[in-house]
Write a protein that binds this ligand. Structure first.
Ligand code: SF4
Length: 330
């Protein structure tokens, strides 16, 4: 199968925050929230981004959407560098990129009807008004599995799953090329999660847009993604096709993450040890390989040098010195 055309290209993306202290608020350190992340997302593709809390997944998402300003690196959308565009220049590109947040209730204005919320982007971008707008909103409601007569209801009159459907309809309104989903089902009941995930998959098949899908639940990521990137302490440590990553994980961190997924069979053998300890602070990240403080295969070299993310087998990339840079012990 030929590879999809690249829609989004992230190169060496960095987001650092100064840590300030004292009356003069002097900078006393730096939080390395995102520290040199590179990946691409193809047209019609879903890239899953996984990792423990605090690894920088959401900061990557917000930097891509320019909701926060990156410290370094570049973001190219449809071949255009949007990293440093001003507000006015960024505006047309904003139509191409939308986001769905984790908490649908917090991301919906409680004083607006669902119809006004979904129709707002159409008004802001001057795309539709009056009857045309109402018809478009009704069509969007129908696409996400809501009834057109629910347009007049307020967010509190919907269930959690329905509220997330409103957020999805709002994200669809402008016909985006890319939708960033930041933990979109984490706040929902398990029974509702599958419905929302399947809706996202159906919509992608129909409209052929791309997703950057952020989640900590590996089962959810495995279900929706085409490729998966694993992040640890602000960096991507492994990136591969979904089947390859879940079937043949090479980085010790990926192996530990997969081994920590609960299995229903108590007699089932685990392939790798559970991960131990907490993620180190991004204010003072460990030298060399950031995972070396938790890695059972750590070598002297790992404490001194940062392993680069390199392709080891086709599209499979890993950042680990083990076994000649291919990950996994020989
Ligand atoms: Fe472990 Fe070293 Fe590989 Fe890092 S580079 S994951 S410390 S073996």
């Amino acid at each position: 199968m030929s590879e999809p055309r690249v829609l989004l290209e992230i190169s060496d993306l960095k987001k650092h925050y100064p840590v300030r202290s004292g009356i003069l608020r002097r900078a006393v350190g730096t939080v390395h929230a995102v520290d040199g992340v590179s990946f691409t997302v193809g047209v019609g593709e879903t890239l899953g981004l996984v990792g423990e809390s605090g690894c920088g997944k959401s900061t990557v998402a917000r930097s891509i959407l320019r909701l926060i300003e990156p410290t370094g690196g570049s973001i190219r959308l449809n071949g255009k560098d949007i990293t440093h565009l001003g507000k006015a220049e960024l505006r047309p590109n904003r139509r191409s990129m939308q986001i769905i947040f984790q908490d649908p209730f917090a991301s919906l204005n409680p004083r607006m009807t669902a119809g006004d919320i979904v129709g707002e982007p159409l008004s802001v971008h001057g795309l539709a008004a009056g009857r045309k707008k109402r018809e478009r909103v009704a069509e969007l409601f129908q696409q996400v599995g809501l009834r057109a007569d629910q347009m007049h209801n307020y967010p509190h009159q919907f269930s959690g799953g329905q509220r997330q459907r409103i957020c999805i309809a709002r994200a669809l309104a402008l016909g985006p090329d890319l939708i960033v989903c930041d933990e979109p089902v984490s706040a929902l009941d398990v029974s509702i999660q599958a419905q929302v995930i399947n809706l996202l998959i159906d919509l992608q098949r129909k409209h052929h847009f791309s997703y950057l899908f952020i989640a900590h639940d590996l089962a959810v990521v495995a279900h929706i993604s085409h490729r998966v990137a694993v992040m640890y302490l602000g960096r991507v440590v492994e990136l591969a096709d979904k089947a390859e990553l879940f079937g043949n994980p090479r980085h010790p961190y990926t192996q530990a993450l997969l081994a920590s997924v609960p299995v229903a069979d108590p007699k089932a053998k685990r392939l790798a040890p559970m991960i131990e300890g907490d993620v180190p602070s991004p204010i003072n990240p460990p030298s060399g390989c950031a995972f070396h403080t938790r890695c059972k295969y750590v070598m002297e070299r790992c404490k001194l040098e940062r392993p680069p993310l390199v392709a080891i087998d086709g599209q499979h990339q890993v950042a680990c010195f083990l076994n000649g840079g291919t990950g996994r012990p020989a």
